[in-house]
Design a binder for this molecule. Structure first.
Ligand SMILES: Nc1nc2c(ncn2[C@@H]2O[C@H](COP(=O)(O)OP(=O)(O)OP(=O)(O)O)[C@@H](O)[C@H]2O)c(=O)[nH]1
Ligand SMILES: [Mg+2]
Ligand SMILES: [Zn+2]
Length: 295
């Protein structure tokens, strides 16, 4: 057996795969059999490779994955920093909840970051952040521009592998630039016409903040499906703020939608559960029902 080295796939680009191992970045290509099998290699994959003429190599094996996200396409991350702007562009909470569900479904710890706090001048400052905090999530308000909240984010991501996820133009690359100024990632202003981002980051790439801390910068996206194997009965489990009331619903399998006596719906009425979160839950539930009808 050849002498195999192990490494971490940092990014794929134009048929080459960049593998970090023992302090060197190896430029690797794939064995033909992987191309035949159409096997996908993702940033975050642990791979075994044979060293060729320095610093070139060839990937021989990919290790089993602990998890995998479809959007952004990445493997083996421990945390997802779901990033939105408080304003410019204003947060799409349907997208936020979809990303939350995807992360929880893969058992990845989700952290929510609302960036551009410096631009926000609404009445109840950071109220959307409060909604998610009250629902039980770890939430930070931050500004890559002024540095507000950046220490807390740095602490939250320390010694782990994290992927940033969110729309274009919310400041994902800008945040990484504050955490690791030496990286000097490209950032791009919003389009004046659409007030949306210009898709400046084009590739998922794992970046090293320090020896133990990796962050993946990713292209922004504006839509994502619910996980393929998610059934409607599973959906309530992704709403930590429902669990207390749900225990008192008369029907054990209550979906908190059309059932007559439902404690979750009661809590929405009396303001204990955020109505917006509940309405988006109903939207997803109907989407899953429609999808299950098609099977
Ligand atoms: N005022 C303000 N502007 C910010 C902040 N963070 C980022 N920006 C600006 O927002 C714009 C978009 O930032 P990027 O970091 O490129 O956004 P991105 O999320 O990486 O976008 P994509 O790579 O397209 O997905 C740039 O003009 C940044 O200077 C912030 O906290 N406050
Ligand atoms: Mg970017
Ligand atoms: Zn119920």
């Amino acid at each position: 057996m050849k002498n195999l080295s192990e490494g971490l796939l940092i990014k794929g680009y134009n048929g080459f795969y960049y593998v970090a191992s023992e302090g060197t970045l190896w430029t690797c290509f794939l064995r033909g059999r992987f191309r035949i099998k159409k096997q996908v290699f993702l940033p975050g994959d642990r791979v075994q490779f044979t060293k060729l003429e320095y610093p070139k190599g060839v990937i021989e094996n990919v290790c089993d994955r602990a998890n995998r996200l479809v959007r952004p396409a990445v493997a083996n991350v421990e945390k997802v920093l779901i990033t939105f702007a408080l304003t410019n562009p204003s947060p799409d909470l349907i997208l936020l909840d979809r990303i939350l569900i995807q992360a929880m479904h893969e058992n990845i710890h989700a952290i929510i970051c609302f960036n551009k706090a410096d631009l926000y001048c609404g009445d109840s400052e950071e109220s959307v952040a409060e909604v998610y905090r009250r629902a039980g999530f770890e939430v930070y308000c931050a500004s890559a521009e002024t540095g507000e909240g950046m220490d807390k984010i740095k602490n939250a991501l320390k010694n782990s592998v994290t992927v940033l996820a969110g729309p274009s133009g919310v400041g994902k690359s800008s945040i990484i630039n504050v955490l690791a100024p030496n990286l000097k990632l490209e950032t791009g202003c919003l389009s004046k016409k659409t007030e949306r981002g210009r898709h400046t980051t084009r590739k998922v790439e794992l970046l090293s903040i320090d020896e133990e801390t990796y962050i993946a910068d990713t292209p922004g996206f504006s839509s994502i499906y619910l996980p393929n194997d998610l059934m409607k009965e599973d959906l309530p489990a992704f709403y930590p703020e429902f669990s207390g009331a749900a225990a008192y619903c008369p029907f054990k399998s209550c979906l908190h939608l059309n059932e007559r006596e439902c404690e979750v719906k009661n809590d929405v009425e009396n303001g204990l559960i955020d109505r917006g979160r509940y309405e988006r839950y109903c939207l997803f539930l109907n989407e899953l029902k429609e999808r299950e009808k098609k099977y």
